[in-house]
Design a protein around this ligand. Structure first.
Ligand code: F6R
Length: 586
């Protein structure tokens, strides 16, 4: 959701903070702000827009001082306005805070603080933290005690960093990520290592219900009951430093193009965990799989693979729905949780509900230090490197590759899994994208796109429509081919574009029949297939491959199509409006 960062050290804080915010903008990006401490006062600059825009207008990186905090916002409470942007100073200006998460009891706290004379300017839930810290600080003039009393009052999931009038930083964590970076020339505290990885790879992961106080005197860690705590310093993987776009115009394009490698590497760094998980799954009495958005679409592919090839039933559960069917998990079952970030609040909730029924959790996750990894009995790493583009691309195919590996092991190699061949097929799709670019130009002014697939291609149709929606803002809908005649055919006319996922497998002829029915109503048909047909107005060729492997190959040209259509529409493919990479609120 939002990203927060703090710095205290020998260097000017603002340029370091602004650079960190740019790296973390994937988490939320509707407004930005920085506050620094200098000449015995806290100065705040903030505004609506991306980091680069607000920095240009408000000169965030020119604020002086060796201590500071910063924020990129993804609005939850209050409109996207300059006033609602963070940092929020307390009413006396002696404290300023940046916050990620939601304070569920902010209304009562606000009323109470207003009665005590503390003034509020914004419509956010966050401002209450600033005034609450100020209130306790006014009573005690003790920063540690103020934090302890503040976190005792707050309800909800949150992480915040505060700067105090004497240049001390304080930061607390309650179910939202917070990582301390220990550099040679200063301390960092951030929602993500990307916020400071250029400066140091030595980190401390704060646990829930812990806080840190950072001052010139050093760094001190406590739990919410004020007891000192100790943590090991760990080194983060150098791969986090590899987050530049390089020759690519956007991270999304770079990440789509990385797939021939990331598909091959999926799960490689956690081979033992993968073997162990496979054994558990093989012997599971009841098996569930959960995820949100793209990760849920991967779960739907898993359902098909497990039943057809491993002869195992697995029930996919949309993570955000688990709350409404709490009895869904049978005792002693296994839940496979899919998540790129490992921080999606909905996924974590589903996992906690399953744990309540004594389920064993196997996660397939990209961020191995995430909350989901910690909650799992076994965590298998996607190993696809940081995914910065908000739309999931390489993490989806890495999830699929791992699910294929598990199924292939269980069925004794019945898939004949050959990821090197898949990788070659992916390379071919990526090598010549000129036709896809041409089709993307046609989609620019279209208002509705339908994506059809049968069998295992239906979840890919859903994933394709999700990519098109997110990146192009065009209404897109994924449908099982056979359902066309039960209603959606009424929508087909000469303003409609339909993408048919139609590889030459057992679904081919039925899907081709649907294509003819659609064409007869005047709609334009885009065929994704290894076999040409006169019914396609546009044919996007994919490589021929074993029947079970097509999903990994056919999604790639559609990711590219969505990306190029976004470029044509001049939307920002890396940061689609209203979205965030890591959805840590419910
Ligand atoms: C789609 C997308 C989202 C995520 C969803 C789950 O492109 O990015 O739908 O897939 O928010 O996120 P993770 O996998 O991090 O739990």
């Amino acid at each position: 959701m939002c990203s927060i960062i703090g710095y205290l050290g020998l260097n000017q804080a603002a340029p370091i903070i602004v650079k960190g915010l740019k790296r973390m903008e994937y988490r939320g990006y509707d407004s930005v702000g920085v506050a620094t401490f200098s000449d015995n006062q806290i100065v705040v600059r903030k505004g609506v827009g991306k980091v680069i825009e607000v920095n240009k207008a408000a000169k965030l990186d020119e604020l002086s001082g060796n201590v500071g905090i910063g924020h990129t916002r993804w609005a939850t409470h209050g409109m996207v306005t300059d006033t609602n942007a963070h940092p929020h100073p307390s009413s006396t200006g002696e404290v300023a805070i940046v916050h990620n998460g939601i304070i569920t009891n902010h209304e009562e706290l606000k009323q109470d603080l207003q009665q005590k004379g503390y003034a509020f300017k914004s419509q956010t839930d966050s401002e209450v933290i600033a005034n609450l810290l100020q209130y306790h600080y006014d009573k005690t003039r003790d920063i540690k005690q103020s934090v302890v009393s503040t976190v005792a009052d707050l309800r909800g999931d949150y992480a915040f960093v505060a700067v105090f009038e004497d240049g001390t930083l304080a930061a607390a964590r309650m179910h939202e990520p917070l990582i301390i970076g220990i550099g040679k020339e200063g301390y960092f505290i951030s929602s993500d290592v990307l916020g400071f990885v250029e400066n140091t790879d030595e980190v401390i992961y704060l646990d829930n219900r812990e806080f840190v106080i950072i001052s010139k005197a050093g760094l001190h860690l406590f739990d919410f009951d004020a007891n000192p705590v100790q943590h090991q310093i760990t080194k983060v993987s150098k791969e986090f430093a590899d987050v530049y776009k390089g020759e690519y115009a956007h991270f999304t394009l770079k990440e789509i193009n990385e797939q021939p490698v990331t598909i091959m590497n999926a799960g490689m760094n956690t081979q033992l965990e993968l073997d162990l998980a496979t054994d558990f799954i093989r012997h599971a009495r009841t098996l569930y799989i959960t995820g949100s958005g793209t990760s849920y679409n991967a779960a739907l592919v898993a359902k098909f693979l497990f039943s057809k090839y491993a002869k195992i039933k697995i029930e996919p559960i949309i993570s955000s729905e688990a709350h409404f069917s709490p009895d869904i998990f049978e005792q002693q079952s296994i839940l496979i949780a899919l998540s790129q970030s490992g921080e999606s609040a909905d996924v974590l909730e589903a996992v906690n509900i399953a744990k309540g029924s004594n389920a064993k959790i196997i996660s397939i996750v990209n961020i191995m230090t995430s909350s989901l990894s910690h909650l799992s009995s076994i965590a298998i790493g996607l190993g696809c490197g940081p995914e910065i583009g908000v739309a999931a691309t390489k993490s989806f195919t890495a999830q699929l590759a791992i699910l294929y590996k598990i199924v292939d092991k269980i069925c004794g190699g019945c898939l004949g899994l050959d990821l090197a061949r898949v990788s070659e097929a992916a390379k071919k799709s990526l090598a010549d994208d000129s036709k896809i670019k041409e089709i993307a130009k046609k989609l620019k002014d279209v208002s509705d796109i339908y994506v059809l697939g049968r069998g295992i291609h239906y979840p890919i149709a859903l994933e394709s429509s999700l990519k098109l929606k997110e990146l192009t803002y065009i209404h897109a809908e994924g449908l099982p081919g056979g359902e066309l005649k039960h209603g959606p055919l009424a929508l087909m006319d000469n303003n409609t574009y339909v993408i048919m996922i139609n590889p030459d497998d057992s679904t081919y002829s039925d899907t081709l029949t649907s294509a003819r029915e659609i064409k007869a109503r005047g709609a334009k048909v885009i065929g994704i297939s290894d076999k040409p047909s006169d019914v396609y107005d546009y044919w996007i060729e994919i490589s021929k491959i074993d029947e079970s492997m097509y999903p990994l190959v056919e999604i790639i040209p559609i990711q590219l199509l969505a990306y190029y259509a976004a470029v044509e529409k001049e939307t920002d493919p890396d940061y689609p409006r209203n979205l965030a990479k890591s959805v840590t609120v419910k």
